[in-house]
Ligand binder design. Structure first.
Ligand SMILES: Cc1ncc(COP(=O)(O)O)c(C=O)c1O
Length: 433
């Protein structure tokens, strides 16, 4: 399987030259420990030096196959030449001018593209941000402003970010909230993804605690991300839409992780044919540059000048990266995500048949996860963590999510050979346990 390149290109399969972490990585991890916040969550000591496609090289010359894409961000792969060229050209012309106070064309070009592709009947309007949390933060404000209502419904297991509004929507892990109260009031969480949960919302909450006529928005991930790559029951999102329509509530879909082609459609909600009112985006939108967006039905953005703005959001270099990313998505990457996702699920399904510790896979496109079990029907986070470590020590980068899941969110350019390599490394790890 090993393919070592003779030019400066990275091999297309893992190639380890030192024990992990290597000496340079160890030194950097040590320096990092003394000067960076301990709140970061590093699962294993990977110290990256450069990336190319689906491959990453660490500071000691070890090469890894990346099934994380920097948490579902580098949609077009690491350093895609067309994205890099667009960024370099834009950087040489104009780094910054602030779209809040001035105009520049890359921001308009990108807004036009996003509005054109958004699943709204009459185009859309776009507000640019710097991150997923900031997109959700702004969407809370927009929903409250437009409706004149204050309450919000969100879901247990949801992850929407770590700033106060976004953290208050989040219902994923208690460590993300503990010690940070008090949070934004007026947000009620219900279980995710089932009709039983929507029965509870309609039959219990709306008649006892939460007056529906005071609810501004329901925030929902079409596929829950950090919560475990959970795909909702059939009809769940359509029913949520009906509930919103019945009560004049806005449906805000958080596509920060599931959007920008990751599931084989530009936005995951398109799989269900449901039209949201507001979409929040970030992560894959510019293949690695910090950019996010709130995309809404055009009539919703009634907020006046000065009511919401940002210095950096929609930065021209990030917009150039996003335009190049969208061109590549339109040019076949989304189809690749669908096809490779099917192969990945087929490979994982085979593994789950061979190893009872692994659940059958779930997800759409290249947003796929499996759970790890202990053999007695309990989720097994220790086994999950040990597989993440075992894979790292064989040159495969994976991330966890949910309680005991491994998520697969590689760059959308991944090919069949690389999927097979990933599956065979996981199999090797399981066999050697
Ligand atoms: C669905 C979802 N929303 C929001 C966020 C927050 O994004 P950011 O970390 O860019 O603030 C994330 C991050 O993982 C996410 O997965």
């Amino acid at each position: 399987m090993l393919s070592i390149s003779t030019d400066n290109k990275l091999p297309r399969s893992p190639h380890l030259v030192t024990p992990l972490p290597g000496p340079r990585a160890q030194a950097i991890v040590e320096r990092d420990r003394t000067v960076t916040s301990p709140s970061y969550t590093r699962d294993y000591p990977l110290v990256v030096a450069r990336g190319e496609g689906c491959m990453l090289e660490d500071v000691d010359g070890n090469v890894f196959l990346d099934m994380t894409a920097g948490i579902a961000v580098t949609a077009t792969g690491h350093a895609h030449p067309e994205v890099v060229r667009a960024i370099q050209n834009q950087a040489a012309n104009l780094l910054h001018m602030s779209g809040t106070d001035f105009y520049y064309e890359p921001m308009v070009n990108l807004a036009e593209k996003l509005a054109q592709h958004a699943p709204f009947p009459q185009g859309g309007k776009v507000f640019f941000t710097n991150s997923g949390a900031e997109s959700n933060e702004g969407a809370i404000k927009l929903a409250r402003y437009y409706t004149g209502r204050s309450l919000i419904v969100a879901f247990l297991g949801a992850f929407h970010g770590r700033t106060y509004g976004a953290m208050s929507l989040t219902g994923s892990k208690v460590v993300q909230r503990a010690g940070f109260g008090s949070l934004v009031p007026g947000i009620t969480h219900i279980p995710y993804g089932t009709h039983a949960s929507l029965d509870y919302l309609e039959q219990q909450l709306f008649s006892s605690m939460v007056p529906p006529q005071e609810v501004a928005a329901i925030f929902v991930e079409p596929i829950q991300g950090e919560g475990g790559y959970i795909v909702p029951e059939d009809g769940f999102l359509a029913r949520l839409r009906e509930i919103c329509d019945r009560h004049g509530i806005l449906m805000v879909v958080d596509e920060v992780q599931s959007g920008m082609g990751r599931t084989g459609r530009l936005f995951a909600i398109e799989h269900w044919g449901v039209m949201p009112d507001i979409i929040t985006s970030a992560k894959g939108i510019a293949s690695g540059l910090p950019l996010g967006a709130i995309i809404s039905r055009p009539e919703l953005m009634t907020w006046p000048p000065g009511s919401h703005a940002t210095t950096f959001g929609g930065n021209p270099v990030a917009c150039a990266g996003a335009l190049a990313t969208l061109n590549l998505l339109e040019g076949g990457l989304m189809t690749n995500a669908t096809q490779m996702g099917e192969l990945l699920q087929a490979g994982l399904r085979k593994l789950s048949e061979q190893f009872p510790q692994i659940s059958p896979p779930r997800g759409k496109g290249l947003m796929v996860a499996v759970d790890l079990w202990d053999g007695e029907g309990n989720l097994n986070p220790q086994l999950r963590d040990s597989i993440l470590h075992g894979a790292f020590h064989r040159g495969l980068l994976l991330l966890g999510c949910g309680k005991a899941a491994i998520r697969f969110c590689p760059p959308l350019i991944i090919d069949q050979e690389q999927i097979n390599i990933a599956i065979s490394i996981i199999k090797e790890v399981l066999l050697q346990r």
